[in-house]
Design a protein around this ligand. Structure first.
Ligand SMILES: Cc1cc2nc3c(=O)[nH]c(=O)nc-3n(C[C@H](O)[C@H](O)[C@H](O)COP(=O)(O)OP(=O)(O)OC[C@H]3O[C@@H](n4cnc5c(N)ncnc54)[C@H](O)[C@@H]3O)c2cc1C
Length: 334
């Protein structure tokens, strides 16, 4: 899913945001929200603190919604005022422009993270999880409860909401395979519970229109032996440690092409492991990880992305498409 943008389209935000003064809409926003919302707004805060890439400029305003009703009210107010807006979770699959983000960035995280068993039928247990719960916390909870189905997600960073939208997956499994339903909210704050059969889930996509928000999901899990579940999770985390670089990243940068070799294989065979652009580098350990070696800017990472796309296209005729979502700039990918 693209970032959620109301009022303006993403291209009109492409210059990013570089001022430190309060935005012109700040007073109107306070007036609009004062009667029903007393939450905190972080003004002019570094987005680098909210992404695993550790890069990105300032967001004009950041808000952390704490539940469905509050999110719905915020969205209504933001829409009425025509303020540009996007929503993120754990920031483990986004690259934010150095120029930052104008408007409001909603971050759904641990204040919006309830886990609840809603039904049990024999060995099958239905668990409702709010979008801001981290996948790590959910997997740990499943181990504790002796619930099997999400072992594959052990070690995937980010939130449940991000995983629902990205259809996060690993080791041949995807989040959509253990889903029963997802509560989907639109930009007006209206929401419906949609059965999994009514989605068009596919590789790294939930198939919903731009602007839709995953507010919670119901998973179907199976009662199983706690020790076995824990062992499986530990093994998968250990496998990850062996094949994934330690530097800051957003995981696999490019989607795997539908047919033929994986993105990592193509990048490797194009001789690009270790290639650098400023502080960004193609990991020598895993070619589909474009890492921040410490002082990379978003500009460096985009430069490296284009270099990799250009070389792979030249050598193999394949255009690699980013899996990572680019926020705050109109990037010309090849
Ligand atoms: C070291 C590392 C390893 C990784 N390994 C894997 C892996 O094995 N498999 C895999 O699939 N991914 C992997 N990833 C990528 C990432 O962790 C997943 O895509 C994750 O599901 C993103 O969740 P998030 O909450 O961080 O989303 P964010 O990065 O915050 O957002 C990603 C996108 O989803 C949108 N979004 C987020 N939350 C919502 C919501 N509630 N409603 C609507 N839109 C939303 C955002 O607008 C953005 O477009 C890895 C990343 C890292 C850093």
């Amino acid at each position: 899913m693209e970032s959620v943008v109301f009022g303006l389209d993403e291209s009109s935000m492409s210059e990013g945001y570089a001022s430190c003064a309060l935005p012109v809409w700040a007073a109107a926003f306070n007036d609009e929200m004062i009667d029903f919302w007393s939450g905190e707004v972080l003004w002019n805060h570094d987005m680098a603190n909210f992404t695993t890439y550790r890069v990105g400029g300032k967001a004009e305003a950041i808000i952390f919604p704490t539940g469905i009703n509050e999110l719905a009210q915020l969205l209504k107010g933001i829409k009425r005022l025509n303020i540009p807006c996007r929503l993120i979770g754990g920031g483990s699959n986004i690259l934010v422009a150095d120029e930052g983000l104008c408007g409001i960035t909603l971050i759904v995280g641990r204040r919006f993270a309830n886990i609840e068993v809603i039904k049990e039928v024999a060995d099958r247990v239905y668990v409702k999880v709010e979008a801001g719960c981290s996948l790590g916390r959910l997997v740990a909870w499943c181990i504790e409860q002796g619930l099997s189905g999400l072992e594959f997600a052990a070690g995937i960073p980010g939130t449940v909401g991000g995983a629902l939208v990205m259809n996060a997956g690993a080791w041949g499994s995807e989040i959509s395979q253990v889903l029963t339903s997802v509560t989907v909210m639109d930009e007006n704050g209206d929401y419906v519970v949609k059965d999994i059969d009514n989605f068009h889930y596919s590789y790294r996509s939930w198939g919903e229109p731009t602007g839709r928000i995953a507010v919670e999901g119901v998973f179907h899990l199976l009662r199983a032996d706690k020790v076995a579940i824990k062992k499986a999770c530990q093994q998968l985390v250990a496998n990850r440690k062996q094949c994934q670089p330690k530097e800051a990243s957003c995981g696999s940068f490019f989607k795997n092409p539908e047919h033929g070799k994986s993105a990592g294989q193509l990048i490797d065979e194009a001789g690009l492991k270790g290639a650098r652009f400023g502080g960004a580098m193609v990991s020598p350990l895993h070619a589909n990880f474009l890492v921040n070696t410490g002082d990379a800017s978003a500009h460096d990472l985009i430069g490296l992305m284009k270099l990799v796309q250009g070389e792979v296209k030249k050598k193999f005729g394949v255009l690699l498409v980013p899996e990572v979502k680019l926020l705050g700039f109109g990037v010309n990918t090849l």
